[in-house]
Ligand binder design. Structure first.
Ligand code: NAD
Length: 299
């Protein structure tokens, strides 16, 4: 069983678009997302292009700020502060990674927490940990949980979820979200002993490592649901490049009950959750009930 992330994302985007229509029609507020790209990283350019295009399709106004690779921290921080103060901008996304001379943590800390639609600001990370209702939740972990529910139903309670990877962007917030869903959660990482045996205990296995096809059938309990977050480019210029996940898809399908493909799994959900966060941010900033944006619509 292949979990179709593209189809799930399309359904989520329909709901987001409906919320935008209500916001613009009833409340005269058009949600707006500012996207800041520093430098010319080809992958980042593709991500930004997709985000801007899909925002437009959802009725969200997007404002792109492209800055040269040698942009100073001061210039970038000044732009972020201007966007923070602009009442018609509801979400701010600074595309990562930033050039090495810029302190990413400082940039994230400067984004107003209520406009931090990536959910990386310490106030949002802490809010997620505390279960604060208005915390903006990182998009990829949100999408991962929705995909698990797509396969397993609305309740994940009591299931053993193993998360491989402990980054601030994916692994850690994903583990917290799964705890909120009443899963029993294990976090595995590069220093975990006997990682394959631990993963084999998982009812749901989430892999966010960044190592091409690391996980094979030996890591998977028969019938488990596997959510592959990894995006890795393999191949060469001569043979052609291809995107693969952190899971060896062919091997894993012999054991898994259900699995997300790469591409077409978690990736589309990340963008859909970003658009959803932008609408939630616009609601929050204008005192509008967040119920306008459905909690989950993937099934
Ligand atoms: P990261 O490099 O910040 O973290 C990787 C984590 O994997 C670390 O916590 C490390 O402990 C763990 N790890 C490394 N090697 C390991 C090993 N051999 N065994 C077990 N654990 C190991 O990466 P990240 O930002 O969390 O991203 C992970 C992957 O997810 C990357 O491929 C990235 O491109 C992808 N990603 C995809 C999306 C999406 O939208 N689909 C979004 C974010 C990240």
């Amino acid at each position: 069983m292949i979990i179709d992330g593209k189809a799930c994302a399309a359904r989520l985007n329909v709901a987001t678009r409906a919320a935008v229509t209500t916001l613009t029609g009833l409340h005269r507020i058009q949600p707006a997302l500012a996207v800041v790209l520093v430098g010319e990283d080809p992958a980042s350019q593709v991500y930004v292009r997709n985000k801007v295009r899909q925002a437009g399709e959802a009725g969200i106004r997007s404002v792109e700020h492209r800055l040269p690779p040698d942009t100073s921290s001061d210039v970038l921080l000044a732009l972020v502060r201007t966007l923070n103060d602009d009442p018609v901008v509801h979400g701010i996304l600074v595309q990562l990674p930033l050039p090495a001379h810029i302190d990413e943590a400082q940039v994230i800390a400067t984004i107003a927490a209520e406009k931090d639609v990536d959910g990386f600001h310490a106030l949002n990370a802490g809010g997620l940990l505390n279960g604060a209702p208005h915390a903006l939740v990182p998009c990829t972990p949100q999408g991962c949980v929705m995909l698990a529910k797509q396969q397993l139903g609305e309740s994940l309670a009591g299931l053993h979820a193993v998360v491989v990877g402990r980054s601030n962007i994916v692994g850690k917030p994903l583990a917290v979200l799964l705890l909120q869903e009443n899963c029993t959660v294990t976090i595995a990482h590069s220093r975990t002993r006997d990682i394959e045996a631990i993963c084999r205990q998982a009812d749901i296995l989430f892999v966010a490592v960044g190592r091409a096809e690391l996980v094979n059938e030996n890591w998977i309990k028969p019938g488990a649901t596997v959510i592959d977050v990894g995006i890795n480019r393999t191949g060469s210029e001569q043979q052609g490049f291809r995107l693969v996940g952190d899971v060896d898809f062919k091997s894993a399908t012999s054991r898994a009950g259900a699995i997300t493909p790469v591409p077409g799994g978690v990736g589309p959900m990340t963008i859909a959750c970003l658009l959803r966060n932008t609408v939630l941010a616009a609601c929050h900033q204008n005192g509008i009930d967040r119920q306008l944006v459905p909690e989950t619509v993937v099934r």
